[in-house]
Design a protein around this ligand. Structure first.
Ligand code: UDP
Length: 326
């Protein structure tokens, strides 16, 4: 298939591109390189462009005879989204509409969308299921939920079929490729702890240890980025073979606390470093764990690297090797 991957130079996108290429798909990666790294794109065609440019989107789809879209391009910092809501509504929602309009114009009928656990907000029950209430507590989560609603509408009106993948905490790195997680600024727990193990940071701060969890720190569901990427491949191929639109959670169904992550990093890296408990971070739910039963059942998705040790050790290999010049 000829597949357009938006945001394909980013952390998750680069792993998606790699897996699509491995399966023999023709990939066109579009990225504005604001957060992505050109060297993370391991093959196919690369176009540096922004989703704001609808005319260009039309041209790209037409020229490359695009048959499906995997849409990952987005701003994804929860904190920033509360300070600059307009940026998130514009880039994650409005520019996404440009993409859908270009799909309508070029009769591209299938899209896989990179959504997020942040659409749920504070969960009523754990593990979280796809039909649980969606009341995002951040503009980021809301911008992604708005786009999911738009997808539903474009399906009703134009018959564009979608798969929305609600990611929990993506982590780890491809065990073979020279790609991994490198955000600037970095806000995610696992890369921050690994940077601390490397001595790039003085110490790690635990954002609150007074939650009602087993050790007081927040619990999250970490999923290996290659397992996440594999789900995109299954989803796009399922749509191509006529599957209906669907929404799926993507997590391991296992939760690990911040303290457990830090302990595992210390064990794997053999490094000791200072840990300090600081204030809670605004908007952090105590526990987020996914039920991924639906995608396991319907798309036969199975995580290959569900263990925290494996997730952290693949990330460590990549960080140790220097990442993208840390
Ligand atoms: N966290 C922390 N210290 C840090 C970074 C994150 O204690 O330096 C905590 C954060 O409060 C959350 C968990 O680690 O409970 C995972 O945070 P991350 O930003 O990686 O992902 P999120 O769950 O917010 O998407």
């Amino acid at each position: 298939m000829n597949i357009l991957v938006t945001g394909g130079a980013g952390y998750i996108g680069s792993h998606v591109v790699k897996i699509l290429l491995n399966q023999g798909h023709q990939v066109v990666t579009l990225d504005n390189l604001q957060k992505g790294y050109k060297e993370a794109v391991t093959g196919g065609k690369f176009i540096e462009a922004d989703l704001a440019d609808q005319k260009l989107l039309n041209e790209i789809m037409q020229k490359n005879e695009i048959e499906a879209v995997i849409h990952l391009a987005a701003d994804s910092l929860v904190g920033e989204s509360m300070e600059k809501p307009g940026k998130y509504y514009r880039n994650n929602f409005a520019n996404g509409i440009n993409l859908l309009e270009a799909m309508v114009k070029n009769e591209v009928k299938n899209i896989v969308f990179s959504s997020t656990a942040a659409v749920y907000g504070e969960p009523d029950e754990i593990p979280i299921k796809e039909n649980n209430k969606t009341e995002p507590t951040s503009t980021y989560g809301e911008s992604k939920l708005f786009f999911e609603k738009a997808l539903r509408r474009y399906d009703d009106v134009y018959g564009i079929k979608y798969t929305s993948l609600r990611y929990f905490n993506a982590a780890g790195a491809d065990p073979e490729a020279k790609i991994g997680e490198a955000h600037d600024p970095e806000t995610h727990l696992i890369p921050i702890v690994l940077q601390t193990a490397l001595g790039i940071r003085d110490k790690i701060y635990i954002f609150g240890d007074d939650y009602s969890t087993r050790d007081g720190s927040c619990i999250r569901d970490y999923i290996h980025v290659s397992d996440l990427a594999a789900a995109h491949l299954l989803a796009v191929e399922a749509l191509a073979s006529g599957r209906e639109s669907a929404v799926y959670n993507l997590g391991n169904g296992e939760g690990y606390s911040v303290k457990e992550v830090i302990k595992t990093v210390k064990e794997i890296t053999g490094k000791d470093f200072e840990v300090e408990v600081s204030d809670r971070r605004a908007g952090d739910p105590a526990v987020l764990i996914a039920s991924s039963e639906k995608i396991q059942k319907e798309l036969d998705w199975q995580p290959e690297f569900p263990e925290l040790e494996k997730i952290i050790s693949t990330a460590w290999q990549w960080h140790k090797s220097g990442g993208f010049g840390e």
